[in-house]
Design a protein around this ligand. Structure first.
Ligand code: FES
Length: 357
């Protein structure tokens, strides 16, 4: 550590990183960076990157996410992705990004990533992770791009030689829209304790499950939610149905969920919008408030607040609201407390609001 501090001092004004990255882009004394070593485009919307992180990477627990930063058009953008690889996969890390039509980072990665590309990573984060003491039975449920954290859980368990029962229910539009179809099939074929069932919402009859998640799917999988610990990740509709089923049985404590899509705004009269002005105190910028998330409004005003998932998971966008009321777009709840920390990606202004940005 003393050596690195000395080297930093001797290379002022830019520090060691700036010089060495010219010849070795994945190098950094402190930051986690990773070099893309393989690229796979398994579906029309996804790209799977195999990454080799530098020595600052400390690994992850199956299910956690990392923030990936890239420069697009001269602007640094950050998004959250869950590794899909086993937590015991050694020095390599696999991420799959699903390009959304209005997205920035995932379409960029899908279009441009190639071996040798270098991205910045955060350390792994998040509570949606396999417990250290593995339960006797697990139920993994995913929809669309929500497959990645539970894929990591399944791969990690298989890697460890887990002997308990695992049921994996995955929902997608059709069989061509499953990024890990072959890998899942291989794991299920090679492990007698793994039961895999697909539900295709736009291809009736093609999977083992019909349509969207409903209670009979648990019977089809031979799973008792009271016995299994359940991890579910996917879009809001899937998670709402899962939550409602577990709540009917009083089993909320046996369920862990992570939403992997921006939340649908809560239903409030007139969208809950109250006209007002937005003041970004630190930058001295003012704008007319709209019903959009404060993060979008700050960006539209020319500011670049830090953000990651843009869906209320990672807390990267948390900032101080100095004055005014905001509505949580996920719940519809209005908060009027002054000087409070809010996630600006999932809150919209209600009247005049001042943020410490
Ligand atoms: S950007 Fe992740 S919580 Fe707001």
């Amino acid at each position: 550590m003393l050596g690195s501090k000395l080297a930093e001092a001797l290379t002022t004004p830019h520090g060691v990183d700036r010089y060495v990255e010219l010849v070795q882009p994945a190098f950094s004394l402190r930051d986690v960076r990773a070099e893309v070593v393989a690229v796979r485009r398994a579906t029309a919307r996804s790209v799977t990157l195999t990454l080799r992180p530098n020595d600052n990477w400390e690994g992850f627990r199956a299910g956690q996410f990392v923030r990936v930063s890239v420069e697009v058009g001269g602007v640094r953008h950050t998004r959250c992705y869950s590794p899909a690889s086993s937590a015991h996969a050694g020095e390599l890390l696999e991420l799959t990004a699903h390009a959304q039509p209005d997205g920035v980072v995932s379409p960029f990665l899908r279009a441009t990533a190639r071996p040798g590309t270098v991205v910045s990573l955060s350390r792994a984060d998040g509570d949606f992770a396999l417990p250290d003491e593995r339960p006797d039975q697990l139920l993994l449920i995913s929809g669309g791009s929500g497959i990645t954290p539970v894929m990591s859980m399944l791969r990690t368990l298989c890697h460890e030689g887990y002997r308990g029962r695992v049921a994996f229910l995955h929902y997608a539009r059709d069989e061509h829209d499953v990024a890990y179809r072959h890998q899942l099939a291989e794991l299920a074929a090679g492990h007698a304790n793994v039961r895999l069932l697909h539900g295709f919402t736009r291809q009736p009859g093609a999977g083992e499950l019909d349509g969207r998640f409903e209670r009979p799917h648990l019977r089809a999988a031979g799973v008792d939610p009271a016995q299994a610990l359940t991890f579910a990740c996917g879009p809001a509709g899937l998670l709402d149905a899962v939550r409602a089923t577990w709540a009917q049985d009083g089993l909320e404590a046996r369920l862990h969920v992570e939403q992997f899509a921006a939340p649908a705004p809560a239903a409030v009269p007139d969208g809950g919008h109250v006209a007002g002005s937005l003041r970004f105190a630190r930058s001295g910028v003012e704008a007319t408030g709209t019903a959009a998330p404060l993060l979008d409004q700050a960006e539209a005003a020319g500011l670049t607040p830090t953000s990651g998932c843009r869906m209320g998971i990672c807390h990267t966008c948390t900032c101080r609201k100095l004055e005014g009321a905001v509505r949580d777009l996920r719940t519809g709840e209005v908060s009027t407390a002054p000087d409070e920390l809010i996630q600006i990606c999932v809150n919209a202004p209600v009247g005049d609001v001042t943020l410490d940005i």
